[in-house]
Design a binder for this molecule. Structure first.
Ligand code: GDP
Ligand code: IMO
Ligand code: MG
Length: 428
């Protein structure tokens, strides 16, 4: 399978990084295609935790060439901080390539993010305040500055100054504190110089790699229901995490993609505002957050939690052409006496199996649950599907039956090796 896309099937933090780390063994390139440092991707190796925001999650393997492709918005302070932190832990990032077409994030984007959230009052989106939305907005209104612009240092410097002066007018109009333009220009001149050696024509790089027989792994950040078009608008991010975004975000074509792996937790979480049909407000919800350690990697915010929602997963299969699922964090359900899976919604007495097209309807639906007995034993040490208790097998089988695609990987713990391959099971 030369080109594989990994995409979050829920509202983020599904465990994409752990699955990407696992799949990286078979891939020469790992490529981020959208989002920015709003992502928080965690890989745990021998008790050591690596939290990544911009650098692709395949970085922990020496053979992997990490690529930040054109669809990503790049925050340079975060990028260099990440490079330095990884270097201090013995991880080499010298092979990193950053697309010349990727847009850069500047301090005015963060200022606008904060102003926009404050102006929304009680109707905040709950963004990560990283400037992601404003950076994509500038890309769309064609005033963005791109990584390739740093290759002409003089021009880059004047572009930054020009934009900073223009953005200060808007910031002040909105009641915000203006930026120190000279300071921003000086800092970004230095960042630009440091970025220059990493800048590459990643479109050609990836196509040439493909032609030479290399395998590429395209890493989605965020998730299907945070997608700007298909998510719970306006409570979404400002890019297209869905698999189609992998084409626009890398310059590969739809026919280049062979395999699309959807990542879902065995339950659901969400950070920030927006509708969430299976959200729990009781002790079960508390348990999911506590046992699942559901606090954001980037902002430290407590995640909202609820049962697994298969109406959403069926929609994720459609939106992304998912070929298979990785079901993570099944171990977090170990202690429950009963577990629930939402198989359909009810709206005004009517049963819905398909995901509604409007957020205000998603906010009104009631979940219809299939209720299962819990399995009452710890899955963490299990490495073979045969070892799973029957009730845990049943859980996975319900997912496959309702969603219509196979589960291939089941996560049973946070460590790199805490997973089992479901499809090879003799039990099935
Ligand atoms: P991502 O944003 O999709 O890459 O996910 P995050 O890294 O933000 O959040 C997933 C969290 O769950 C991380 O802390 C992972 O170490 C952890 N994790 C991933 N898979 C499993 C699993 O199967 N079981 C458990 N217990 N933890 C997992
Ligand atoms: P990973 O890649 C979970 C959410 C924010 C907010 C909304 C918009 O780790 O799964 P933004 O800053 O992007 O404008 O915020 O999207 N959000 C995430 N939630 N995981 C993420 O990334 C997220 N990235 C953004 O909480 O609700
Ligand atoms: Mg995350």
């Amino acid at each position: 399978m030369p080109v594989t896309v990994v995409v979050g099937a829920q509202w983020g933090d599904e465990g994409k990084a752990k699955v990407i780390d696992l799949l990286s063994k078979e891939h020469a390139y790992v490529v981020r295609y959208q989002g920015g440092h709003n992502a928080g991707h965690t890989v745990v190796v021998d008790g050591e935790k690596y939290a990544l925001q911009l650098i692709p999650s395949g970085i922990l393997y020496d053979h992997v060439i990490p690529v930040i492709a054109n669809g990503v918005v790049v925050d340079l302070p975060t990028l260099f901080n990440e490079i330095d932190t990884l270097a201090s832990r013995g991880i080499d990032t010298s092979q990193l390539k950053v697309s010349s077409l990727a847009h850069l994030i500047f301090p005015w984007h963060q200022a606008h993010d904060a102003i926009a959230e404050a102006m929304r009052g009680d109707d905040k989106i709950g963004t990560t305040l990283k400037g992601i939305g404003p950076a994509y907005a500038d890309k769309a209104r064609r005033v963005g500055i791109r990584a390739g612009d740093v290759l002409n240092a003089e021009r880059f410097s004047s572009l930054v100054r020009e934009r900073a002066l223009a953005e200060n007018v808007l910031i002040e109009q909105a009641g915000g504190d203006p930026l120190d333009v000279d300071d921003v220009v000086a800092r970004f001149e230095a960042f630009g110089e440091r970025l220059a050696p990493y800048v590459a024509d990643t479109v050609s790089l990836l196509h040439d790699a493909l032609a030479a027989g290399s395998h590429l792994l395209l890493e989605g950040a965020q998730a299907t229901f945070l997608d700007l078009d298909h998510g719970t608008y306006p409570y979404v991010t400002s890019s297209n995490p869905t698999a189609g975004g992998a084409c626009a975000g890398t310059g590969l074509g739809p026919r280049d993609i062979d395999r699309v792996v959807g990542i879902t937790k065995a339950y659901t979480t969400r950070v920030g505002a927006g509708p969430f049909p299976t959200e729990l407000f009781d002790g079960d919800g508390e348990t999911l957050v506590d046992v699942g350690k559901e606090y954001g990697t980037v902002t430290g915010r407590r995640r909202r939690a609820g049962w697994l929602d298969l109406v959403m997963l069926r929609q994720a299969v459609r939106l992304n052409s998912l070929t298979e699922l990785a079901l993570t964090k099944l171990d977090i359900l170990d202690g429950f006496e009963t577990v629930k899976i939402c198989t359909a919604y009810r709206l005004d007495g009517e049963v819905l199996r398909n995901y509604p097209d409007r957020s205000d309807i998603v906010a009104r639906v009631e979940p219809i649950y299939e209720v299962l007995d819990g399995w009452g034993s710890a899955l963490r040490e299990m490495r073979d599907a045969d070892q799973l208790p029957d009730l845990a097998k049943r859980f996975v089988e319900i997912v496959e039956r309702e969603v219509g695609i196979p589960v291939r990987i089941v996560g049973v713990g946070a460590e790199r090796d805490d997973y089992l391959l479901w499809s090879t099971s003799a039990a099935r």
